[in-house]
Design a protein around this ligand. Sequence first.
Ligand code: PLP
Length: 381
Amino acid sequence: MDRSGVPPARPEVEGLQAYSAPLEGRRGLLRLDFNENTVGPSPKVVEAIRAIPADHYAIYPEYDGLREDVIAALVPPGTPAGGGLTPSHIGVFNGVDAAIHAVFQAYGAAGDRLLTTSPTFGYYAPCARMQGMAIEALPHRMPGFAFPLAEIRAALAPDASGAVPRLLLLCNPNNPTGTRLPAADVLALAATAPRTLVVVDELYEAFTGDSVLPPLLADAAAAGGDPFARHPNLLVLRSLSKTAGIAGLRIGFAIGAAALVDRVSRVTGPYDVNSFAVTAARAALADQAYIDAYVAEVLRARDWLVTRLREAGVEHHVAGGNYLLLWPRRPVVEVERELREAGILVRSMAGKPQIDGSLRVSLGTPEQMERFWAAYRQIDG
Ligand SMILES: Cc1ncc(COP(=O)(O)O)c(C=O)c1O
């Protein structure tokens, strides 16, 4: 027992710090710091939530129809037999963060190895540490933050004792470097490492189109059968936080072989996803046109901003995702603070390998990017 008198937690937890992100006081500001949708959901989502009768708040959530709606949104129209995707291929979680946590709880034992790249999304490492796993994070190839494909392939091979990584976490496109990996490479990595669970975090795939699902569904539609039959060790993560504008409601999906989704779902509670999230997700999934229009707007805004950055000679890196990296001339913490004073939130990447000294700026609408650019030029011009 330490001086607080509190009984010690598991040794792995004693060594952890709570995952903290600067999430307070963001309302009313231009939020370019968490890569969320910057405008909110479809009006149909708002209507659907408002239509929930108050007495339904008293009832535990029901998930009927949700998985079918996810499938309808994932499978291109006209695909024979829905590409073989069934509700048992779809896991539902309280945000993709909860899906990631569940993967580690279900699969990561003390001493197992997590293989990933660096820098990458900040929640993988704490999940590995809370399980007592070792972390092997391979740097991106410089210049340009290219995916270290040969290095990852080599690290997937058995070590001297015959052990292989328990988990490979691929963030595609990678947050925060935007690094893209073609779907064929993801599938090839999974096929060469059948003893490793390969998780591909496709949170930002809408902005690149580099998803493994279209080729898997097309193959299954052509040959008949299960889209994950040849990739039982592959799990795909998708969320509605970055495009559909419901990050605050918390819902995310894990898509993979039914037996894999079953295992990952065993470590969650029966009602971890609440009724508002389910209703909002079903309405959001039914309004794909709204999501497509938002993505198109973000891509237009990205082109506009990148042209301004080039003309002004601002050092930057842009690849996949609804974000880019900028290297201010002045100290990054001062620029971040002054942008906040101007009502604009961005994220300093201070301390992160390869991108120390940069700012990650989420991309929103063209008007929002114009506002950002006007303030940035004043502060770091
Ligand atoms: C790469 C990546 N994965 C997962 C998440 C979490 O998404 P969700 O809101 O679905 O929990 C984020 C959010 O920032 C992310 O960037």
